[in-house]
Structures are given as structure tokens and as C-alpha cells.
Design a binder for this molecule. Structure first.
Ligand code: NAD
Length: 283
């Protein structure tokens, strides 16, 4: 039987309607949730992501601001922009679009963002909360992916979860979130030996590699939940890391690309920003 499609557009529509209601309630208290995105340089993919974030804000009635800085921006100039936004009461969420040009230090920039305005959840404080399971901002992509996994209704307790990719922004936090749900988690990466032996055991398989068609049907267990985080461009077309057409014949659930995790990532960003704005409301 063909897999059930986990539709990020449909899920996002429902969630964004709820977010819009929270935005309206905040506006009644005189607060308009605001997101600021800093974009350094001219990376074409980043341009698209930043535009989609702005569109998402508009859709739910939030304020958004894009700060465009030239490629040759210095670390000091970038840090000072972040500090200005930290001090700006109209801004509840600050996001530095990654990747930054090579001469800039991502970790230094991320560490400058106030943890309570760090709506991407990349600040070390929030990464620490994620690790310890205490309250903090959860990174948008793994948070959206977990939402999609939970939407299947399967009991995650004790399930075998395999994540391919160990980046700080997707793979590692994804593995942590699944661990928090009591899955038995295997985190695979470019040095993993016999990758397919791991992936074939997975009840939940998350691919965050950045290689089109990397996960093939023979790597997938029958009935598995397959979450495709990858965003790749092949001949001008966007596709994920999973060979969707063949894997969907074997999996129980699968996310499409586009219209899957990417859409949910922006929805979670909006949600994190509204959370940040709500925290500023005086009791
Ligand atoms: P990354 O390049 O930082 O990490 C890729 C990971 O893949 C690495 O940890 C590496 O070890 C692993 N890898 C590479 N080759 C491998 C192999 N042969 N076998 C096993 N593992 C291998 O990338 P990232 O930032 O984590 O992003 C991964 C993908 O997800 C990219 O396509 C990116 O565009 C996409 N992405 C999507 C969203 C979204 O909202 N959907 C958000 C962030 C990233």
C-alpha cells in the first residue's frame, strides 16, 4: 500500500490559523509580534528562504523586517546589528540567515542574539535546554519534523529512530527530540559504515543530508515514517533527499518536498516568534 503523505501545507494552514488568532490577541494588548531577519551577502537560496519567512509573517499578521548587509560586512558590523535588534522592543525574534559568508563566525553571531529572542533556537543556551529537556526555544526544522511524526498518531515509546545527518541545526537536535520522546535513536553521518543496515531498522527515518535521491527504497523498512528534510535543486527543480516515488510505495508515511518539512519550518518560526512576544506580556 502506498504511504500516507504528511502534507506540510495542510498542517501549516491549520497551525497558522491558530498563530494568527494569538497574534490578534497580542495586538489587542498593544503588542505586534515582530521578526527581524539579517541577511548577509547574495546567496540565492537564502534570498528565497528570507522572502518566504517575510510572507509567512504577513500571512499571520506579524511585523517583519529584513536587514540586508553587503557580502563584505565585518564581524563587528554584524554583531552591532544584532545588538541593535536585541534592544529594539518592536522585535521579538532575531534570526541570522545561515550560511554566512566564509569570513564571518556563525557561532559568534548566534551567541550575540539574546536567548529569549533566538527564535531559531541556535543559541548555546537554547541548545543546552534542548539537550537537558528543560524549557527553551526549540530549533524550527526538527520541531516541525517532530510535529509531523507525531501527527501519524504512532506511539513513539521505544521505537527505532534513525537520523541521517549530524548538523547542529537539523541532525543533532532532531536526534535529541526523538530521544526525549523515548525513541531508541541512531545518529548516522558521512563516516557511518553500512548505512542501510541502520536505516532498514528504522521505524522513523529522518534524512537531513543534502543529496537528492540519497535514501532509496531498499534502505527503508516497510511501514516506516520517512521524514525528508533535504532541500536540493536538480535541473531547477526542488527535491528532497528521499527517492520519493519509490520510497512512498514502501513507507507507511512520507513527507513530500516541496510542501513538507520546509513549510513546517517556517510555521514553527512564526510560532516561536509569537511565543517570544507572549513572554513579554506583563501579568
Ligand atoms: P549539513 O551539510 O550541515 O549536514 C549534512 C549531514 O549529512 C552531515 O552531518 C553529514 O555527515 C551527512 N552526510 C553527508 N554525506 C553522507 C553520507 N554519504 N552518508 C551519511 N550521512 C552523510 O546540512 P544541514 O544544514 O543539516 O541540511 C541538510 C539538508 O537539509 C540540506 O539539503 C538542507 O538544505 C536541508 N535543510 C532543510 C531545512 C528545511 O526547512 N526543510 C532546514 C535546514 C536544512
Amino acid at each position: 500500500m502506498a504511504a500516507e503523505i504528511l502534507d506540510g501545507k495542510v498542517m501549516s494552514e491549520r497551525l497558522r490559523a491558530e498563530i494568527a488568532e494569538r497574534v490578534t490577541a497580542l495586538k489587542e494588548k498593544g503588542i505586534t509580534p515582530g521578526l527581524a531577519v539579517i541577511l548577509v551577502g547574495n546567496d540565492p537560496a537564502s534570498e528565497i528562504y528570507v522572502r518566504n519567512k517575510g510572507k509567512g509573517c504577513k500571512e499571520v499578521g506579524m511585523y517583519s523586517r529584513t536587514i540586508r548587509l553587503p557580502e563584505e560586512t565585518t564581524q563587528e558590523e554584524l554583531n552591532s546589528e544584532i545588538e541593535k535588534l536585541n534592544a529594539d522592543s518592536a522585535i521579538h525574534g532575531v534570526l541570522v540567515q545561515l550560511p554566512l559568508p566564509k569570513h564571518l563566525d556563525e557561532q559568534e553571531a548566534l551567541a550575540k542574539i539574546l536567548p529569549e529572542k533566538d527564535v531559531d533556537g541556535f543559541h548555546l543556551i537554547n541548545a543546552g535546554h534542548m539537550l537537558t529537556g528543560t524549557e527553551g526555544v526549540i530549533a524550527c526544522t526538527p520541531r516541525g519534523a517532530l510535529y509531523m511524526i507525531k501527527s501519524t498518531g504512532i506511539d513513539l515509546d521505544g521505537k527505532e529512530a534513525v537520523v541521517i545527518g549530524r548538523s547542529n541545526i537539523v541532525g543533532k537536535p532532531m536526534a535529541m527530540l526523538l530521544l526525549r520522546e523515548n525513541c531508541t535513536v541512531t545518529l548516522c553521518h558521512s563516516r557511518t559504515k553500512n548505512l542501510a543496515e541502520h536505516t532498514r531498522r528504522a521505524d522513523i527515518l529522518v534524512a537531513a543530508v543534502g543529496k537528492a535521491g540519497f535514501v532509496t527504497a531498499d534502505m527503508v523498512k516497510d511501514g516506516a515514517v520517512v521524514i525528508d528534510v533535504g532541500i536540493n535543486r536538480v535541473d531547477g527543480k526542488v527535491c528532497g533527499d528521499v527517492d520519493f516515488e519509490n520510497v512512498k510505495k514502501k513507507a507507511g508515511w512520507i513527507t513530500p518536498v516541496p510542501g513538507g518539512v520546509g513549510r513546517m519550518t517556517i510555521t514553527m518560526l512564526l510560532d516561536n516568534t509569537v511565543d517570544a512576544a507572549e513572554r513579554t506580556v506583563k501579568p
